[in-house]
Write a protein that binds this ligand. Structure first.
Ligand SMILES: NC(=O)c1ccc[n+]([C@@H]2O[C@H](COP(=O)([O-])OP(=O)(O)OC[C@H]3O[C@@H](n4cnc5c(N)ncnc54)[C@H](OP(=O)(O)O)[C@@H]3O)[C@@H](O)[C@H]2O)c1
Length: 277
């Protein structure tokens, strides 16, 4: 069994990576910080260390996403589980060198492109899974498909995060709908409100709320449980495309169910990423 995971260098992804390592024969650790990745690999047993391949990837730099997928494809013909975990909330509007709003690129576009290029090796596995780490924040989304990069609209840190977390669920549903017949299973999840590096740089109302929530947050070990459950467990095929919380399927917002929205998101993502597809 082979696993690839983004964002394994901190928080939820780090715990998921460490706890999943003994259950897989080969693991692609996809990260942007090689020294952090190497320190993490050193915490594993000598036996598990041999299974790990570091793959450089900055999800906000699409060229590196394409070469990351390429390197994985050169090393394996099959991939059983892809965990799209990396992400975060951005306080201010920043535009990547490719021209995308940073949160959109880090949380959605990078993973869209990575999954697209890994699809041949995923579909070559017997029961492949794509697991997308979303958030309950998706319920606050207010999507404007005509201005996804905030060219004309005022940037709002929390709403832009809520939008991309909604995209994670729409993307999941689209994957199950369009690749389910080929054997692909896709799941989205909310990890809980987890004490990690997430949100540490934020100020304003969200920053105050996040600091106040600190004492009530769960640990990264607790927060990683649903990701680990989905990666390890055989899930009923009827649950393909579902959104999970506390290792159980739950109903996401009505927008998250919208076929019109997931089709539009797919179309817009392909349009923005045309150069790298
Ligand atoms: N914490 C929560 O309460 C909470 C709630 C709901 C959903 N989530 C979601 O859970 C996921 C994991 O977050 P976390 O709480 O574990 O946060 P975290 O501790 O900040 O970890 C985020 C991970 O994503 C990586 N990352 C960020 N931007 C990247 C980029 N451009 N390219 C490659 N890797 C990048 C980080 O790498 P570096 O180590 O290099 O920074 C880190 O490994 C995120 O998708 C987040 O939206 C978190």
């Amino acid at each position: 069994m082979k696993l690839a995971i983004t964002g394994p260098t901190s928080g939820i992804g780090e715990v998921a990576f460490i706890q999943l390592a003994p259950h897989f024969n080969e693991i692609f650790l996809i990260a942007r910080n090689e020294s952090k990745a190497n320190k993490l690999i050193e915490t594993l047993s000598k036996h598990d260390q041999k299974k790990i391949t570091f793959i450089y990837c900055d999800l906000t730099d699409m060229e590196t996403v394409v070469s990351a997928a390429q390197s994985i494809k050169e090393k394996t013909a099959t991939l059983d589980v892809l965990i799209n975990n990396a992400g975060g909330i951005f306080q201010n509007k920043e535009i990547t060198k490719d021209g995308f709003e940073m949160g959109l690129a880090a949380n959605h576009l990078g993973h869209f492109l990575l999954t697209h290029h890994l699809m041949p090796v995923l579909l070559a596995a017997p029961k492949p899974k794509v697991i997308n780490v979303s958030s309950e924040a998706h319920r606050a989304a207010k999507v404007d498909f005509n201005d996804l990069n905030y060219t004309n609209k005022k940037f709002n840190s929390f709403i832009s995060y809520a939008n991309v977390k909604l995209f994670n669920i729409l993307f999941t549903k689209y994957l199950s709908e369009n690749f389910g017949e080929k054997g692909l299973n896709a799941y989205a999840l909310h990890p809980g409100v987890v004490k990690t590096n997430f949100g540490k740089q934020t100020s304003g109302i969200f920053g105050i709320f996040w600091k106040m929530a600190g004492p009530f947050m769960i640990t990264a070990e607790e927060g990683a449980k649903t990701t680990i459950y989905l990666a390890k467990t055989k899930i009923d095929s009827l649950k393909n495309g579902y959104y999970f919380k506390k290792s159980r399927p739950v109903k996401p917002s009505s927008e998250a169910h919208s076929k019109k929205m997931r089709d539009r998101l797919w179309k817009e993502s392909e349009k923005m990423l045309a150069k790298w597809l």
